[in-house]
Design a protein around this ligand. Structure first.
Ligand code: PEP
Ligand code: MG
Length: 324
């Protein structure tokens, strides 16, 4: 399939109207990195760091993690890698973590909540990232932030680790970008200061959608019940685009939906400019974006919205069919 898109691999995802969308890839293993050149991704928009923790029977050592993160950055070369700190807890219980019984694990003690309440592992991971960068640029993103203070507290941990590493004589990253994942609806309504203080924000659409519709992403009976192109959700995403636009905060979308061409097209039409997805999705998404005028797509979406449609999908599909 990758070969089918080889001819556009080194071309930008530029729509007919001239708007260019940055397509990035999601990764989580060293083995994913060869896809960076072969897919034509412009960077790693989301590096999930859970796997190294899940596949062992004890907490990985700092040196081990630093070596791995460094190899990831080596493989990416000039391209940016956004490392997401450990997103774990509740359902994804580490074998060496005391299991906690929770009635609703998805709403429970997970991700940044664990990182802030018991910061030992997160601090170790931040140290490993700083050492891995070793003078190169570093981008760190915190998962599952639900309010401004969680972001500022996590950022303070990172800045404190920067000071400690410097005091220990380690070379600091050339630049440091700190961001948050927006995957709880509450964060979309955070004070303006949240948007100002983030160097970048990435929408975790998988979680954001499950919380927006109150539909468990793991539950087969409900997980496909609500269309991502449902007018309510799309309008919500558009509001996030506007809030980030007001503060000039770079915004991306890194949930699975970014890798579905029609969804990706609609995200671009409502103003998202960076999408991160499975490497195999980059070709198909780019191919579609290059064939359409996003202003027209936006008009189709607005018209469907005004008509009271539940989802804009039928109208967008109809319009795409007319494009040939
Ligand atoms: C998301 O929630 O959309 C996301 C990218 O994170 P994960 O799928 O790892 O929860
Ligand atoms: Mg998530």
């Amino acid at each position: 399939a990758q070969e089918r898109y080889a001819s556009i691999r080194d071309k930008p995802a530029e729509a007919l109207c001239g708007t260019v969308i940055s397509l990035q890839m999601n990764a989580g293993l060293m083995a994913d990195l060869p896809s960076l050149p072969s897919s034509g991704a412009e960077g790693v928009g989301l590096f999930r760091t859970e796997l190294q923790f899940l596949t062992r029977n004890k907490v990985p050592r700092r040196g081990e993690l630093a070596a791995l993160y460094s190899r990831v950055m080596d493989a990416a070369g000039e391209k940016r890698v956004v490392f997401r700190t450990l997103d774990i807890g509740s359902d994804k219980v580490l074998p060496y973590m005391k299991p906690t019984e929770e009635p609703n694990p998805a709403l429970g003690w997970r991700a940044i909540r664990v990182g802030l309440d018991k910061p030992g592992v997160m601090r170790m991971q931040l140290q490993a990232l700083i050492r891995a960068a070793n003078g190169r640029p570093l981008s760190v993103m915190f998962p599952f932030v639900a309010q401004l203070e969680e972001y500022t507290q996590a950022r303070d941990h990172l800045l404190r680790e920067m000071d400690r590493e410097a005091a220990l004589g380690h070379v600091l990253p050339e630049t440091l970008q700190i961001g948050a994942m927006l995957e709880t609806p509450s964060l979309a309504f955070a004070p303006r200061r949240f948007f100002e203080e983030c160097d970048f924000i990435s929408i975790g659409g998988n979680d954001l959608k499950q919380f927006f519709f109150a539909a468990d992403r793991e539950n087969e009976r409900v997980r496909r019940r609500y269309d991502t192109l449902n007018v309510s959700f799309l309008t919500f995403l558009e509001q996030i685009v506007h809030r980030c636009g007001d503060t000039d905060t770079p915004l991306s979308f890194c949930g699975e939906d970014a890798g579905r061409p029609v969804e990706a097209l609609c995200f671009a039409a409502i103003g998202l400019r960076t999408l991160s997805m499975r490497p195999a999705s980059i070709g198909p998404v780019k191919s579609l974006i290059r064939r359409v005028d996003l202003r027209e797509a936006r008009a189709v979406i607005n018209e469907a919205r005004a008509s009271g449609a539940q989802s804009v999908r039928p109208a967008v599909m109809e319009w795409l069919k007319r494009q040939g």
